[in-house]
Design a protein. Structure first.
Length: 112
């Protein structure tokens, strides 16, 4: 079976604010690249308003370097994330995840 070919290879979306009942993300940049090869997704929010105990987090930078999304299956095979707060900055963390209708799997490890 042939792989699909996309007319668009990359896209960037800027979102001023995204919010829910107890949280808010401001100045969000979502970038998707490599749609014709190995898709990558990057999400960066420069201001976060989160409930306790995460209320002092000020920056989230999440990147997935091998990403797929098909019908009811969302998977990041190779990701990296870092978080910054008023009191500390996390070291970069490697992660992978898979979400389906019936299960969720998250694997992470701290990098030095």
């Amino acid at each position: 079976m042939a792989s699909p070919v996309f007319a668009i290879d990359s896209a960037m979306l800027g979102i001023d604010r995204l919010s829910g009942n107890d949280w808010q993300l401001n100045d969000i940049k979502l970038e998707v690249t490599g749609l014709n090869q190995t898709p990558q997704i990057k999400l960066r929010a420069t201001k976060l308003i989160l409930p306790k105990p995460f209320h002092d987090v000020t920056l989230a930078d999440i990147q997935c370097h091998d990403f797929s999304w098909q019908e009811n299956d969302l998977e990041c095979k190779r990701g990296r994330a870092s978080v910054k707060s008023k009191y500390w900055q996390s070291p970069s963390t490697a992660f992978s995840f898979r979400l389906t209708n019936t299960a969720a799997l998250l694997i992470y490890r701290m990098l030095g």
